[in-house]
Design a protein around this ligand. Structure first.
Ligand code: NAD
Length: 350
């Protein structure tokens, strides 16, 4: 304990390690003891920022005040670092993607169980307000049963030129953003998945996918399209949800959910609309006599609840929010997506 709180440390003081330390410095449940980064300049930067930098990983892991270690290094190194921390008697949060294969994840879970320590994954995007709005709407049944869902994230800067563009480090968008969006879908519904179909893009990078399109089809026939793009100068909406009684759309993470709900299904006399080269009644837009248009407000969210849950899980007061079974299912789905892209066909799942 440090100042009456559990001590914690971050390994990897890069972009995300910096984010973790900023949150942990304000934490009501953990006290940041320090960081370790393999690069001397990152350790020097931490010291400049008033954060203790341990000279070696061994020194950090030997500090008895540290209960929790957050691993925020490139994706290929999570297993080795997490296992070392667990064996040193620490609880561990791994950044996403937890690791690069199911075999590797099984080894990590086995060590965590043998050591009797909490081992979880930073699926922080479960706290994103756009996703939470979609989940609340879905769970409320307000616009009826879901038919299909589209979840997208589009950027226009290509894949970053750092380790994210390299296969050996576990680069690529399926591992990077895919793991978040897939985790969100699997949190939205626990229905069994029949198959997945995935295509990968290599537009700005030949080595790893710089975008992908993944279709997840559930046994019930519902489907989810997950799409990540890094060469989209006009972004498609973040979420689009088609349900029996209406449609919901979230343009992006700054905006409320727009809902159009059906009031009356039947219209006695639909006026045809004239398009450039013909007439159509089928595609004539609805008016406010038969539909209601309104907004669903963004729910409140505090991403530090992730750390609060880890603290309570360490104390044995509540189960960890991000479970081993959940991370295993997400990684299995990613493996199936890569397989589908390689074979160019649907891959059965569950
Ligand atoms: P980064 O390149 O900015 O930082 C990685 C840091 O790790 C670097 O400072 C590097 O020197 C250090 N490092 C590398 N190997 C190390 C080792 N063996 N021991 C100690 N330090 C080592 O990368 P990043 O963007 O911070 O990403 C780090 C992890 O965080 C990745 O797994 C990434 O997927 C994840 N991430 C998560 C989110 C999220 O929202 N959950 C966002 C960004 C990144």
């Amino acid at each position: 304990m440090v100042n009456g709180k559990f001590g914690c440390a971050v390994i990897g003081y890069g972009g995300m390690g910096g984010w973790h330390t900023q949150h942990l410095l304000k934490s009501d449940v953990f006290e940041l003891a320090g960081i370790y980064d393999i690069k001397e300049e990152r350790r020097a930067l931490a010291e400049k920022n008033g954060i203790r930098a341990y000279a070696t990983r061994e020194e950090l892991l030997a500090d008895p005040r540290i209960e929790l270690v957050t691993v925020a290094t490139p994706n290929d190194s999570h297993e080795e670092i997490a296992v070392a921390a667990l064996r040193a008697g620490k609880n561990v949060i791994s950044e996403k993607p937890v690791t690069l294969s199911l075999d590797s994840l099984e080894r990590m879970i086995a060590v965590a169980k043998a050591c009797g320590k909490i081992f979880t994954v930073h699926q922080n995007r479960r706290f994103d307000v756009d996703y939470l709005a979609m989940k609340q709407l879905h769970d409320s049944g307000e616009i009826g049963e879901i038919i299909d869902l589209e979840s997208r994230i589009h950027g226009s800067r290509g894949i970053p030129s750092d380790w994210r563009g390299k296969k050996a480090y576990g680069g690529g968008m399926l591992y990077d953003w895919g793991v978040h969006l897939i985790d969100q879908i699997l949190q939205l519904t626990d229905e069994k998945i029949a198959y997945v179909y995935c295509t990968l893009e290599n537009i700005t990078n030949d080595e790893v996918d710089d975008g992908f399109r993944l279709e997840i089809v559930f046994e019930s026939g519902k489907s989810a399209l997950v799409e990540v793009g890094t060469l989209n100068f006009i972004a498609m909406p973040r979420f689009y949800l088609k349900c029996r009684k209406g449609t919901a759309l979230i343009p992006d993470w700054r905006e409320n959910t727009k809902i159009v709900k059906c009031k009356y299904w039947h219209e006695s006399d639909v006026l045809p609309v004239e398009t450039a080269a013909g007439l159509t009644k089928t595609m004539a837009p609805r008016d406010d006599v038969t539909t209601d248009t309104y907004e669903f407000e963004r729910p409140a969210s505090d991403v530090h609840d992730f750390y609060r849950n880890v603290c309570r899980a360490i104390e044995g007061l509540e189960p960890q929010l991000v479970t081993h079974a959940q991370v295993m299912r997400v990684l299995r789905l990613i493996e199936a997506a890569f397989k589908s892209a390689e074979l160019g066909q649907r891959v059965r799942f569950e």
